[in-house]
Write a protein that binds this ligand. Structure first.
Ligand code: ADP
Length: 569
């Protein structure tokens, strides 16, 4: 920027010098020429004057005139005979004039002299001359004068110009350096703002306003970008953006997590090269072809599982109708699907569970009506079957109702301080008969404490313990053993029910808490189970903020461990 400051006055000085020199040369030359003319005129009139004087006098007489020129008498050979004025002047340095000059009155420059030559009496010539050097000297003096005044003027102009330039260039320089900073992306750069009437104030103010506006714009853009980025990154659904040429442009965190996608491998690559699901590729192709939004449910296999997605794909079309690409949103509906399936299964299961006893009751009733009722023994047998089936039906309906009540939000627990020792003892007592029938040894093995109090709904607690011990007896072959242990543990109580029964296969274990799930359908049904017992147990334990765990080995036995907190409200 500094060069602006130097260049401007330098150019000015240079231009001025050239024009000054030109003018000076012209003026000098003109003045010189004028001087020569004037001198010549003066010489001519002096010549005339002296000639006239000489008319009246003899040539030898001296003339008394007030002139500066050199006056001499020349003979007809062009040589000076006598110097009339100034008297002291010798004629040695007067020029010898060529003969062609001597014809008549003439004027000119010869040798070192400007002269007028007039013929006078007696073939003599009057020479009035002045050395050219004098005129030249005068011209030189003028040159010097002009040169000095030019130099002085140039110095003054140069100084003024550099001052003015500095004055005007400073704000320009400051503005330029701020502009440079702005271009570099530093929007905090500001220039010094001068007073209103100072030069460059408009520029400084405008630059500052520009900087402020730019900063504001960049800030708000940054903020919007941030917002958008946060929104895209933190949205629950997976998002994929494909540009109009088919290159993968963007993917959010949910997409990377769900599809285990490697961003560096996928970005800026063609979608059909990097997407592994054919259905998704097809969907993108459809959108490219039809330019319409598509919503489609699809099941996609992930690394270890299959998940259901509702995929919404839409073309992005700009304001001027130009294609910008496609955005795909993957909404994971696996849980919804699961829920839907559970509901379907549940309806099918309930219908099935209800159908069996109803069919049986109806069959036996019809047989009785058809005449089997005549035989008392048969009637008795059939009626007992009908009774058993209707009891099953009843307990099924009862369990179903109970489960649906427990599953409801806000299911009420009637909490009080409950002594688990008492409940376990009581339950064992009520089931000892059943155990006895199967010759199963029922052992209660609680620690030395005579009571273990927890905060619980005593009836529901009893239901939990009853179901667990009842199952242990039901799934343990005759002559087996069922142990119940109760301990204080981790600020709560732990109930362990161990049996030496048929056990559960490891892969079945996670499913036994599902409604209607049975490992062995016939055996379970024969044991009088509804398939809802463990579902109810799990819900009740969780309602008490407790935990239930199962360990089992087929043909060896099963251990159910329930932990309940001392207090949870
Ligand atoms: P059910 O009324 O059929 O007993 P549950 O919900 O109580 O239904 O139990 C679900 C299934 O879990 C049972 O059908 C049975 O196959 C298995 N099960 C439950 N408890 C035991 C146990 N102690 N030993 C072996 N299998 C068990």
């Amino acid at each position: 920027m500094k060069w602006i400051r130097a260049r401007l006055p330098l150019t000015l000085v240079l231009l001025l010098s050239v024009s000054f020199l030109g003018t000076a040369f012209l003026i000098g030359h003109q003045v010189y020429m004028h001087d020569v003319d004037l001198t010549k005129e003066k010489l001519a009139s002096e010549g005339q004057l002296i000639s006239a004087l000489l008319e009246q006098q003899t040539l030898e007489e001296s003339i008394d005139v007030d002139i500066q020129s050199i006056v001499a008498i020349y003979n007809d050979e062009g040589v000076s005979e006598r110097v009339i004025h100034p008297e002291s002047h010798s004629d040695d340095n007067l020029p010898v004039l060529p003969s062609e000059f001597l014809a008549e009155t003439n004027q000119g420059e010869y040798g070192n002299f400007l002269y007028t030559l007039d013929p006078i009496r007696g073939d003599r010539y009057l020479f009035v001359g002045t050395p050219v050097d004098e005129v030249r000297q005068r011209a030189e003096q003028l040159w010097w004068l002009l040169g000095l005044s030019l130099g002085a003027t140039l110095i003054v102009i140069g100084m003024v110009a550099s001052r003015v330039t500095r004055h005007y260039a400073k704000p320009v320089e400051a503005a330029a350096s701020v502009a440079k900073e702005l271009a570099r992306g530093n929007y905090n750069a500001r220039t010094y703002e001068q007073y209103q009437d100072e030069p460059g104030s408009v520029l400084s103010q405008s630059i500052n306003t520009l900087a402020r506006n730019l900063k504001q714009m960049v800030d708000s853009q940054e903020m919007q970008k941030d917002r958008l980025r946060t929104l895209i990154e933190s949205m629950g659904s997976s998002l994929l953006l494909i540009d109009r040429k088919g290159y993968v442009n963007l993917m959010n965190r949910a997409y990377k997590d769900t599809f285990q996608a490697d961003e560096t491998r996928m970005l800026s690559r063609l979608y059909y090269e990097v997407l592994e699901h054919k259905k998704v590729i097809q969907l993108i192709e459809d959108i490219f072809m039809t330019e319409k939004s598509v919503r489609q449910q699809m099941r996609l296999s992930m690394a270890i599982e299959r998940r259901h997605f509702e995929v919404y794909g839409t073309p992005i079309i700009g304001e001027t109708e130009e294609w910008k690409g496609i955005v795909l949103v993957f909404h994971d509906i696996t849980d919804l699907k699961k829920l839907e399936n559970t509901r379907k299964d549940f309806v099918a299961n309930v219908s099935h569970e209800l159908k069996t006893p109803i069919t049986s009751i109806r069959g036996f009733t019809e047989t009785l009506l058809d005449g089997a009722g005549q035989d008392e023994q048969l009637r008795e047998h059939f009626l007992s079957i009908i009774l058993k089936e209707s009891e099953r039906l009843q307990s099924l309906v009862h369990d179903l109702l109970d489960l649906s009540r427990i599953e409801q939000d806000g299911f009420p627990l009637h909490l009080s301080d409950v002594d688990l020792v008492y409940i376990v003892k009581d339950t064992i007592e009520s089931l000892s008969n059943k155990a006895g029938k199967k010759d199963i040894e029922l052992i209660d093995e609680w620690s030395t404490e005579s009571s273990v109090f927890i905060q619980a709904d005593s009836l529901r607690m009893k239901q939990v313990i009853y179901n667990l011990i009842n199952n242990a007896i039901a799934y343990t072959p005759d002559g087996g053993q069922v142990k119940v242990a109760l301990q204080r543990k981790d600020n709560g109580a732990q109930i362990v029910v161990v049996d030496t029964g048929i056990g559960i296969h490891a892969k079945e274990v996670p499913r036994i808490f599902e409604r209607f799930y049975r490992v062995d359908k016939d055996r379970s049904r024969n044991s009088g189970g509804t398939g809802l017992g463990l579902a109810i147990v799990k819900h009740l334990v969780e309602a008490h903020h407790g935990q239930i765990q199962v360990e089992s080995e087929p043909d060896k036995g099963t251990t159910f461990t329930v932990w309940l907190p001392r207090k949870f409200t």
